[in-house]
Each structure stands twice: as C-alpha cells, then as structure tokens.
Design a binder for this molecule. Structure first.
Ligand SMILES: Cc1ncc(COP(=O)(O)O)c(C=O)c1O
Length: 380
C-alpha cells in the first residue's frame, strides 16, 4: 500500500493557546466595545516597547493608514509617493482620503522605496512619502527622512509588517510623522484583524482619536475631560473591540517567545540553504547591520521568473505552501483604471523572482527539513 502523503506545511499559522482564551474570557466579563481596558493596556505596552509617543489601536492596518492620512490632513488634490511593490492597502488608503498615489521604484536590497526615484516623482502636489517596511526591513530611511525635510513632506510609515523590527535601534513605525501596524492573521502578532496608529505629536494623536471615534470627543469624555461627548469633526469607526485587544494582549505577552521561534526557523533556513543559494544564483534575504530583523518573511530571489514559477510548482507539489509577492500595484487593473500606472522595471523584476517560504512559530523541525529538501530540488 502507498504511504499516506504527509500533511501540508502551512505558510502561516497563529500561535494561540489557553492564554488568548483566558484573556478573551476576562474581556467578555468587563467591556466588549472599543477603547476599553484591554485596548488601553495594549496601547501603553506597545508605546513603551516601541518608544512611541502614542499608540491607537484600530480595526486593521488598512484603517490605521486611513486614520494617519486623515489625522495629518492629507486629501483632495494632493499626491502621496509610495511603492508599487506593496499590499493594496498602502495605495487604497491614499485613494480613500481623496489623494492620488504615485508609485516609485524600490531598492534591490531592502525592497523598500528608492530615495532617488522618490525624489524624481515629487511635485508641488506631493504631501507625503509612504515607505513600506517590506518583511520588517526599513529602506534607506536616512535619505527618505532627509528628502522629506528638504521638501517639507510628511512621512507615513506602512509598518504593517514591522512590529519588533528596528532601524538604527529605533522601532519601525516611530521614524516618521505616523506609523501604521497590522495585526492581521498573517502577522507576527495577531488578533485576526486589527492594527495600530503610532504618532509622536499629541495634537495629531488628538485628531486621530476623534476621527477613530466617529468624529466625537468620546475618548476625552472617558478620561473625564468633558462632561458629555459630541460630534466635533468628520470621522469614522476605527476602534478595535476589547475582545480582540484581549487576544492582542496575550500575544504581546508572548512576543519574545514568538520571535525566538521565528528566529530559529530563519537561522535553520539560512544554514541549510546558503550553499545551495550561492550555487544557483538565488539570493537570501539581506542581513544589514543597522536593521534589527523581526523574521516576518523569509524570501528567496530566483534569477528569473521561469525558475521562480517552477520552484513554486515543485514546492506546492511537495505539499509546501510557498507563495509569491506581489502583483505590483502599478500593473494591476485598478491602477490602469485610475490612470496611476508607471514604468518600474526593478519592481517588475523583484515581483517576478520572489518566493516566500513558510515561516511561523508552529513549524516543527520536520516541517523545516521538508521545506529545505524541496527547495534544494529547485533553481536549476
Ligand atoms: C504592507 C502592508 N500594508 C498594509 C497592510 C494592511 O493591513 P491589514 O490587513 O491589517 O488591513 C498589510 C497587511 O495585510 C501589509 O502587508
């Protein structure tokens, strides 16, 4: 009789246990709406850990981006320069506030915004630069922050993938005027769907707090600063339920353990694949001395699209959930419809050759060995 096929190796998997269940039980007995005790605790824990002025939990990373743009007053008639090599939310948030995304090229090493190309795309309408910390690796922030200063532009970091990563010792999400985190199921720390806005300026935080609470000063009312709350500005509903904040609390309490498990998988991938990669002309993720990694993504850069696509086929046939990243936004149907497409050869090349391997805290040693063995079959 044939051996049964081994179970597939999933691409990502959240690490939940009794701790999340217990936290949810507690939240259910206290207050389930947003901005409750668990939200407050998570916000202060994150602010302290990141060295941030203020953290506001939101319903998603996408909503954190929208809230950042709203609070900073970016809107109609303005442009925001962002990469095309990113998740749709980076550009969608810009469109949602009535501004226009302008796609710029990325650097081959960090896969984040290329400052020289960003500068070429700055116009009198540019209000902000929106760098994405792909895989938790910051682009050349020194050059981007310098450009922003010289041209009086805001910097809004899409740090959806950046929790627990740093640039020159500073947490990603705290480098610009606003930073946006995601706690989506695929992220290192998750509550299913969730996000956070990180800001230093108390006035921006105040505006965000109002926009997050349907345009009311309810947060000030909860703090006892006003005797009733009312409609004070335009807003929406971006507050995270305390039930989800409870899940986040439990996840953050085990963040170091999550990170240690992810780091050990990455170390084993690097050890096992370094020789194979050098032989086949495949690039492993960069190790840069001034960037603290968070081991969010482990990607292989094949020499061309044919070898990448063949590798995806081989890995999937072996039950390994490897995947690509991304369909670049500038070539997506909606970019064409909006008239915001561009010529971005580095982005096209990167998107055509990148493959992501499974990476999560529940991968067993046997899973990692299976992934490594299958990867070694590829790249010819
Ligand atoms: C780079 C980037 N930006 C934005 C988002 C949006 O975050 P969310 O899914 O929490 O809305 C994600 C992840 O999903 C992301 O990876």
């Amino acid at each position: 009789m044939d051996e049964p096929a081994p179970a597939p190796v999933p691409f990502h998997a959240p690490w939940f246990d009794e701790r999340e269940l217990e936290a949810v039980r507690q939240a259910l007995g206290v207050r389930v709406a947003g901005d409750g005790p668990f939200c407050r605790r998570v916000e202060s824990l994150l602010a302290e850990r990141m060295g941030a002025g203020r953290v506001l939990l939101t319903t998603s990373g996408t909503h954190a981006l929208e809230l950042a743009l709203l609070a900073l007053g970016v809107g109609e008639g303005q442009e925001v320069v962002c990469p095309s090599f990113t998740f749709v939310s980076s550009a969608n948030a810009v469109l949602r506030v009535g501004a226009r995304p302008v796609f710029a090229e990325i650097e081959e090493t960090t896969l984040g915004l290329d400052p020289a190309d960003v500068e070429r795309r700055v116009t009198p309408r540019t209000a902000a630069i929106l760098p994405v910390h792909y895989a938790g690796v910051a682009p050349d922030m020194e050059a981007l922050l310098d450009l922003a200063r010289r041209r009086s532009l805001l910097v809004i970091e899409d740090a959806a993938q950046g929790l627990a990563a740093a640039w020159r010792g500073r947490a990603l999400g705290t480098l610009g005027d606003a930073g946006c985190l995601s706690f989506h199921e695929t992220k290192n720390v998750t509550c299913g769907e969730g996000g956070a806005l990180v800001v230093a300026d108390p006035e921006i935080a105040r505006r965000a707090e109002i926009a997050r609470e349907k345009g009311t000063n309810r947060a000030a009312f909860f703090r006892g600063e006003v005797d009733r709350y009312t409609w004070v500005a335009e807003g929406s509903s971006y507050v995270l339920s305390d039930i989800l904040a409870a899940v986040l609390m439990a996840q953050l309490e085990k963040l170091d353990a999550i990170q240690a498990r992810r780091a050990s998988v990455v170390a084993r991938y690097r050890r096992a694949l370094a020789g194979w990669a050098a032989e086949r002309g495949v690039r492993l993720p960069p190790e840069l001395p001034d960037r603290t990694p968070n081991h969010h993504i482990f990607h292989l850069m094949y020499p061309d699209e044919r070898r990448r696509d063949e590798a995806l086929r081989v890995l999937r046939a072996r039950g390994i959930a490897a995947t690509f990243h991304y369909v670049p936004l500038h070539s997506a149907p909606h970019a064409r419809a909006m008239g915001v497409s561009a010529e971005l050869p580095v982005t096209d090349r990167v998107a055509g050759s990148l493959l992501r391997l499974p990476l999560h805290p529940l991968l067993s040693e046997e899973d990692v060995e299976r992934v490594v063995a299958a990867v070694r079959e590829t790249g010819a």
